[in-house]
Every structure is written in structure tokens, then in C-alpha cells.
Design a protein around this ligand. Structure first.
Ligand code: ATP
Ligand code: MG
Length: 279
């Protein structure tokens, strides 16, 4: 469908040097990087795409410290559909937010294509999220004043300056329409979110997450607000994207039946990945 040739391009070719913390070779050496090379050149077909190493995260509320993640190790491999399961409150969303650089761990490291990403400055994290990560959430997070088509286009409006976006607007529009077609929403382009069903809103959110051709889709309870059969439709779409477009997906869910659709399930228990997780 779309040109995914950029998937072969290492992250470091896409990020501007000024967005990376290159102040010293040690500040972001990358996995196995020579201390003399400031940007690692990973082979994206080797090793994990997204990794958490010994990640710890606590929240503080007044004088109370709530430890949530107590040393999480996790690898999401290129092309796999991984599910993270666990009881409500065990830290699944927290972990997904850390993987997606929406928040930073207290201790430990996150790597994307062998590049350390948890310590990137804000601009680098934003660029990473915009270009490489697609995200979907339980409550969709669509902009209420925009149509379905406009919501799908939002990441491109953010990624490009006004003139750049205007110059390529027909290309972006064509791709947004293709994506709406892919998720079965061709007939809802002009609807506002309040005129859509829950499943249609989530399908819009999926199309929006894909417009910038991400390398990984992070999904937090994508079916959590939907009835069973609508939830299954969403999972069928995700499964298809994974199989046909080789999209790596990391999905959080508390629903074992939904998790069973993934290639691999890991369980978070008491702040750690359970040893005997299904693999
Ligand atoms: N900003 C915050 N400030 C304080 N505590 C927080 C904050 N965010 C989350 N927590 C606490 O951290 C714990 C983990 O929350 P998290 O949202 O990651 O759980 P979850 O596994 O996603 O749960 P659910 O399945 O209900 O979505 C919970 O006990 C929650 O109350
Ligand atoms: Mg959650």
C-alpha cells in the first residue's frame, strides 16, 4: 500500500544530530557502540526493536512513594505482536508510556534500535514519537472539533511546518484516505468524533497512528472501551497490520482473550515481568 522503504533506515539517519544528546560520547553511547563513534549504526533486523532494561518507576503523592515498576526487562522484537497483561494498577500503562518516551524511568534504560532513548531531550523524544512511534489509547484521544480525515492528518500537520504541509497536502490527504479505507472508514471522512461509534473512533485513532508510517505501534487497552465484537474487529485490524505490513505492535490489555491474539504475552506481576510468561 504505502512506501515503507524508510523502515530500513536506521534511526540515527532520521534524527537530526541536534536532537540527540551528543554532548559526550558516553552520554548516549548506544548498545555496543565504540566510544569513538558518537552515533551507533544499528542493523534494525538484528536484536530487539524496543527494549526496557532494569526499569524502575515510582510515583510520588505528597510524602507517599508508590513503587510501580521494580526492575522491568522487556524486548519487543522487530515484526512481532506482543501483549503485556497484568491486573489493573500493576503498571502496564506506566510501562507503555516509558517505552513511548511519554515519561522517563527513575532508573534503568529504554532502547529503540539499540539507541538509548529514555534520556533524549524533549525535542528528540517528540521527533521520535512523531516519526517512529504510533500510539493508540483506550479513550482514543481524538480532537473533537476536527473531522475523521483531519484527525488522521494531525501528526503530519505537527511534523511539518505550515508551508511544508501545504506543499505536500494532497499526498498526505491521499495517504490518510488510504488509511481510512484500510480501517473501513471511507464513508466517515467528514464525521466529527461525537458522530462516530467507539469502534469507529478507535479505527480513526489507528489510522492517525499510522499516517507517519511508524516502526512500532504502542497500544494501551485499544479494546478496553468497546464491546466484545467491536473489540475483536479492532484486534483483527491490528493483526492484519502486523502480518501484512510487518508492523511491530506492543499492546497492553487486561483481557486474556485479546492477549491470546498476540504472538507473545508477557505478564507484569508486582512490578516485574513474570518469569514463566508465555513466550
Ligand atoms: N500520575 C500518577 N501519580 C500517582 N500515582 C499514579 C500515577 N499514575 C499512575 N499511578 C499509580 O500507579 C499504579 C500503576 O498505574 P497504571 O496506570 O500504570 O496501571 P495499569 O496496569 O495500566 O492499570 P489499568 O489496567 O487499570 O489501566 C496505580 O496504582 C496508579 O494508581
Ligand atoms: Mg492502564
Amino acid at each position: 500500500m504505502s512506501d515503507r522503504s524508510h523502515l530500513d533506515t536506521p534511526l540515527s539517519n532520521w534524527m537530526k544530530e541536534s536532537d540527540l544528546p551528543l554532548g559526550s560520547a558516553d552520554s548516549n553511547p548506544g548498545r555496543g557502540a565504540s566510544p569513538h563513534r558518537r552515533i551507533d549504526r544499528p542493523d534494525p533486523t538484528v536484536g530487539p526493536l524496543l527494549e526496557a532494561r532494569a526499569v524502575r518507576k515510582s510515583y510520588r503523592k505528597s510524602s507517599l512513594e508508590i513503587p510501580v515498576l521494580k526492575g522491568v526487562d522487556l524486548d519487543a522484537r522487530l515484526g512481532e505482536f506482543m501483549a503485556i497483561v497484568g491486573q489493573s494498577g500493576c503498571g502496564k500503562s506506566t510501562l507503555l508510556h516509558l517505552l513511548g518516551t511519554l515519561d522517563a524511568p527513575d532508573e534503568g534504560e529504554i532502547y529503540f534500535e539499540n539507541n538509548r532513548i529514555d534520556n533524549l531531550p524533549n525535542a528528540g523524544r517528540e521527533l521520535l514519537r512523531n516519526k517512529y512511534f504510533g500510539m493508540i489509547f483506550q479513550f482514543y484521544h481524538l480532537l473533537p472539533e476536527l473531522t475523521t480525515l483531519e484527525n488522521v492528518l494531525v501528526p503530519m500537520m505537527i511534523a511539518e511546518d505550515g508551508f511544508g504541509y501545504w506543499r505536500r497536502r494532497s499526498e498526505h490527504r491521499r495517504r490518510a484516505i488510504e488509511l481510512l479505507d484500510l480501517v473501513g472508514l471511507t464513508h466517515r471522512q467528514k464525521h466529527k468524533p461525537r458522530e462516530l461509534s467507539g469502534g469507529e473512533m478507535q479505527r480513526t485513532a489507528i489510522a492517525r497512528a499510522l499516517i507517519a508510517q511508524p516502526r512500532v505501534l504502542l497500544a494501551d487497552e485499544p479494546t478496553g472501551n468497546l464491546d466484545k465484537s467491536t473489540g475483536e474487529e479492532i484486534i483483527t485490524i491490528l493483526r492484519r497490520l502486523n502480518k501484512e505490513q510487518k508492523l511491530t505492535i506492543v499492546m497492553v490489555t487486561h483481557d486474556a482473550q485479546i492477549a491470546a491474539e498476540a504472538d507473545r504475552t508477557i505478564a507484569l506481576v508486582e512490578g516485574r515481568v513474570q518469569d514463566n510468561a508465555v513466550g
